[in-house]
Ligand binder design. Structure first.
Ligand SMILES: Nc1nc2c(c(=O)[nH]1)N[C@H]1C(S)=C(S)[C@@H](COP(=O)(O)O)O[C@H]1N2
Ligand SMILES: [Mo]
Length: 300
């Protein structure tokens, strides 16, 4: 498998789960802990148990390939991810089509072990590789009038069997407030377990916003637009009463059809373990201040 990212980790350092886990144990040692303490997300890493590669890559939501959890793993191999470019436009100084390789050559790839909580009340812990979205936005030069960031997934009916049905209004679109987009926890993921991110997980690059429900983490991004007004988002368009623009993980605000107080932990067997859902998915210390003046039951 080709490694798309260039940093100090080579394919001999991180080739598979076992090696990844050993390496992580080293990283959680006291000396390494000091050096990593400044990196957002890593501070929490030591007490999180990563979901297996098998579960992360076979239990997916990617409706462009079908609505079954196993549809993306079955069909997403049809998606062509090379060549790939991301159109960055709107309120930026340097709009244009940014080639994936050019982006990667300028970005610093890090490991981020994040909790991942779907609005359907299941969760995983995923060791992403990626870069901070803020660095990409800085590359394009965000203008002072920008207040939001809009994202769009590639739309290829020939390669995506799921888009033949109007389950959502294709292409899949998402959005963040600019301060959310610039937050150091917000990343563009290009890998999992040190390997290129599989198509079913959103190759070649997808958003990851760990304190929000999973549907905010839009896959296979081809366009990023800086705007001055709140952009439309796919699930909000489909059902505004059930899916808000913010969609911050919140155990105290239930989905109209189910409780959000707890979650099923994927990969814990037939009688899957449940655990309490954490405010902002466990990232309250980092992000609660972004919403200090908001009523979270109204701005859900
Ligand atoms: N383009 C696109 N992005 C998407 C989705 C989708 O259907 N299409 N599903 C979302 C949902 S509901 C979740 S929970 C996550 C799932 O990511 P994963 O399959 O990598 O775990 O992707 C999100 N991003
Ligand atoms: Mo989801």
């Amino acid at each position: 498998m080709a490694y798309r990212w260039t940093n100090d980790l080579t394919d001999r350092d991180v080739t598979d789960e076992a090696i990844y886990l050993n390496r992580r144990q080293l990283l959680s040692g006291a000396a390494a802990g000091v050096g990593l303490a400044g990196v957002a997300g890593v501070a929490h890493a030591a007490d999180l148990e990563p979901t297996s590669w098998e579960d992360v890559t076979s239990y997916n939501n990617y409706y462009e390939f079908g609505t079954g959890k196993d549809d993306p793993a079955k069909h997403a191999h049809r998606l062509t991810t090379e060549p790939w470019s991301v159109q960055i436009d709107g309120l930026v100084d340097r709009p244009g089509a940014y080639a994936f390789e050019d982006i990667m050559s300028k970005m610093t790839i890090e490991e981020r072990l994040y909790r991942f909580r779907c609005v359907e009340a299941w969760s995983m812990v995923i060791p992403w590789n990626g870069f901070e979205l803020a660095d990409l936005l800085d590359m394009a030069g965000v203008q002072s009038g920008a207040k939001y960031v809009a994202f769009e997934t590639v739309l290829r009916p020939d390669e995506m069997p799921g888009v033949a049905r109007p389950v959502l209004d294709w292409p899949y679109v998402e959005g963040l407030r600019l301060d959310e987009a610039m937050h150091p926890l917000t990343i563009m993921a290009t890998g999992i377990y040190g390997r290129d991110i599989p198509n079913q997980n959103g190759a070649p690059l997808r958003l990851v916003v760990p304190w929000k429900y999973g549907f905010k983490s839009i896959k296979s991004i081809v366009r990023i637009t800086l705007t001055d007004s709140e952009p439309p988002t796919s699930w909000n368009k489909a059902n505004a009463r059930e899916y808000g623009f913010f969609s911050n993980v919140n155990p105290e605000v239930d989905h109209p059809r189910w409780s959000q107080a707890s979650e099923r932990v994927i990969g814990t067997g037939l009688f899957a373990r449940r655990q309490d859902t954490l405010m902002f998915n466990g990232y309250a210390d980092e992000v609660a201040s972004l919403y200090a003046d908001m009523d979270l039951t109204k701005n859900f």
